[in-house]
Design a protein around this ligand. Structure first.
Ligand code: NAP
Length: 257
């Protein structure tokens, strides 16, 4: 059974990945993972071209990892595409974000991303593709997004190193680094802290459709890092050549405008 697995599929990027994969790939099933079961069921009902299997899991819990591992063992699928899009961020300084939110960010954006990838890998073979959804936040430290940006830097570095480990197996591994995206729940979730105006504006934000289309194309081309919008590409170049201290200064100005 050839399948795709998409985490974070109940909204935003993950859901759009499911739509586009269902249109462009020949698969027997797409496994969709997130906490909100009703959203996953709605998605499954909407897609007619391939069977979409809703799997409601909270990826910050170890029990969910055991459930996923057992499901893989039972079904023994051939995972052609694994998209890890589950993730969230919170805006505010060290005193404005709860410790629980900080821990959950690290848990979901780092630990769960690694665990889900490692659990899926035994079921992937040559030509399979992994897309780890990082962020342009991975390119530099960001005040008022310090834990989130650090968690995405972790995922970017992990993904780039994993790519080398997996290259003898012929598995394509791409770190997808989008800039702000308007039409997802990310920004509204991120603003729910003690300082909802820590970042005031999101200029030139992109849209999920084009981000996912470009990310899938970059993964087909086996790029190490996908910057799926002009802004994410520019950010990547700037962060490479301008010292981090100057980039943080620019960010401090931009987020207050
Ligand atoms: N939007 C942006 O501006 C932007 C920019 C760069 C990178 N990103 C990254 O893109 C990825 C997708 O974000 P998005 O913009 O699509 O945001 P989103 O609409 O909020 O989607 C986040 C997804 O993660 C799932 N999720 C959250 N906590 C979870 C948990 N504990 N267990 C399982 N699933 C969980 C959510 O589903 P449930 O709530 O149903 O569990 C949802 O499906 C994230 O990794 C984010 O960091 C976003």
């Amino acid at each position: 059974m050839q399948i795709a697995v998409v985490t974070g599929a109940s909204s935003g990027l993950g859901r759009e990945f499911v739509y586009q994969i269902s249109r462009t790939e020949t698969l027997d099933e797409i496994w969709v993972i997130a906490r909100r079961k009703n959203r996953l069921q709605e998605l499954s009902a909407k897609i007619k071209t391939v069977h979409v299997r809703p799997i409601a899991l909270d990826l910050t819990s170890q029990k969910s990892m055991t459930i996923y591992r057992e499901l893989l063992k039972q079904e023994n699928p051939d995972v052609r595409i694994f998209v890890n899009a589950a993730g969230f961020g919170k805006m505010g300084n060290y005193a404005e974000i709860s410790r629980q939110d900080c821990d959950s960010m690290i848990d979901l954006d780092c630990r769960a991303a690694v665990d889900m990838t490692v659990l899926t890998l035994p079921y992937m073979r040559e030509g399979a593709r992994i897309l780890e959804i990082c962020s342009t936040a991975a390119f530099q430290p960001l005040s008022a997004l310090s834990v989130y940006a650090a968690s995405k830097a972790f995922l970017l570095h992990y993904t780039r190193a994993l790519r080398w480990e997996l290259s003898p197996r012929g598995i394509h591994t791409t770190a997808v680094c989008p800039y702000w995206i308007k039409d997802t729940e990310f920004i509204s979730t991120a603003k729910k802290t003690r300082n909802s105006t820590a970042v005031r504006h999101f200029p030139l934000a992109s849209h999920v459709h084009s981000v996912v289309k470009l990310a899938l194309m970059d993964s087909r081309l086996n790029l190490a890092v996908s910057t799926p919008s002009p802004m994410s590409f520019v950010h990547r170049i700037f962060a490479k050549f301008i010292p981090h201290s100057a980039m943080i200064g620019i960010w401090e100005l931009l987020r207050r405008i």
